[in-house]
Write a protein that binds this ligand. Structure first.
Ligand SMILES: Nc1ncnc2c1ncn2[C@@H]1O[C@H](COP(=O)(O)OP(=O)(O)OP(=O)(O)O)[C@@H](O)[C@H]1O
Ligand SMILES: [Mg+2]
Length: 311
């Protein structure tokens, strides 16, 4: 079943003078039930605007979308009762505890209070349930926001940059919670500007740049479209990279620690080895690997400018 479908969805923010900003430009994507769908784009590429339109907070300027197959105002209203979502920054009452903030969310959603301890458990906040929101670390705030989306047992969870600003340990925790939700059969749509976060968390991905869809597909498809050879050799990595890039059939190359990664059109490891040996370079290490989402992205768009790293 298709859970989210957009067709030529567009948003232009109008300005008093000039043309305004075309934040989302003819976006057509499709999210199926059970997918963990990464909406990947650099800062300012239109992620929050798209989510805002899906949630009914921002009016589209063009195109259409369906949620759970419905697009009429009544159907969208009913569909949104089945969505748990966060938008931009986690926002709660600063003087209330985690638990009391969730009580308010439960009341608004008409959910039973018994759910609160369950969701606090899932995000690992049970021991800190009495901490006031203003005393929470950013990681705790993000986890509380995730807990709030789970109240009411929604079928679709939409998360706007759920790991934004977190350290590697915090990012890992959020990834674990998202995987746990996915294993319970939830459909998850998350926006991110971090390639590695999406690669590690998502089953599917849409890559957007300045409001436009660049590529949509499963993470598996994108990362197995090409093989990557990892080459290690003594000496300067830059020299090795230059030599590798001169090999016929070499695609994008990059230095990764003490090896050079190169996209190969098809296999060709022994030819590459012979080619390098012909130039007096003897590889100490040569292996085939799946390309990362970063490599796929580089091939599609040139350079991953504006994308953050994650460990
Ligand atoms: N209320 C607004 N009025 C005018 N322009 C806006 C408004 N909100 C966003 N924009 C512009 O629309 C574009 C897309 O912004 P949006 O916040 O959707 O991007 P984003 O992908 O969520 O970025 P980030 O990763 O920084 O959160 C940007 O150029 C932004 O400046
Ligand atoms: Mg945003």
């Amino acid at each position: 079943m298709t859970i989210i479908e957009t067709e030529g969805l567009s948003k232009r923010y109008t300005a008093l003078r000039g043309e305004g900003t075309l934040a989302v430009d003819q976006l057509s994507v499709q999210v199926e039930a059970g997918q963990v769908y990464g909406f990947l784009g650099p800062n300012g590429s239109g992620k929050t605007t798209t989510i805002g339109m899906l949630l009914g907070i921002i009016n589209p300027s063009g195109g259409a979308f369906r949620l759970f197959g419905g697009s009429s105002p009544a159907e969208l209203h009913a569909a949104r009762q089945r969505i748990g979502a966060t938008l931009e920054y986690p926002n709660f009452y600063p003087y209330l505890s985690c638990q009391d903030n969730l009580r308010i969310v439960a009341r608004v959603k008409g959910s039973a209070e018994t759910e609160i301890s369950e969701v606090l458990d899932t995000v690992g906040l049970a021991p800190r349930r009495k901490t006031k929101f203003k005393a929470c670390s950013l990681g705790m705030k993000q986890r509380l926001a995730l807990a709030a989306t789970m109240i009411g047992d929604p079928a679709l969870i939409i998360l706007d940059e759920p790991a934004n600003g977190l350290d590697p340990a915090g990012q890992r925790e959020i990834r674990g919670i998202i995987r746990e939700l996915a294993s319970r059969g939830k459909t998850i749509f998350l926006s991110s500007h971090m390639l590695h976060e999406v690669e590690r968390t998502c089953t599917h991905v849409a890559i957007i740049e300045t409001g436009r869809l660049v590529r949509e597909g499963s993470v598996d498809e994108l990362t197995s479209a090409r093989t990557v050879a990892a080459v290690g050799a003594d000496g300067e990595m830059e020299t090795l990279q230059r030599a590798v890039s001169e090999f016929e059939g070499a695609g994008h190359t990059r230095v990764d620690g003490n090896r050079v990664l190169v996209q190969l059109a098809d296999g060709g490891l022994s030819e590459l080895n012979r080619f390098l040996a012909g130039r007096g370079i003897y590889a100490s290490h040569l292996s085939l690997e799946r390309q990362s989402l970063e490599d796929a992205f580089m091939e599609i768009t040139g350079a991953p400018e504006g994308f953050g790293e994650v460990q």
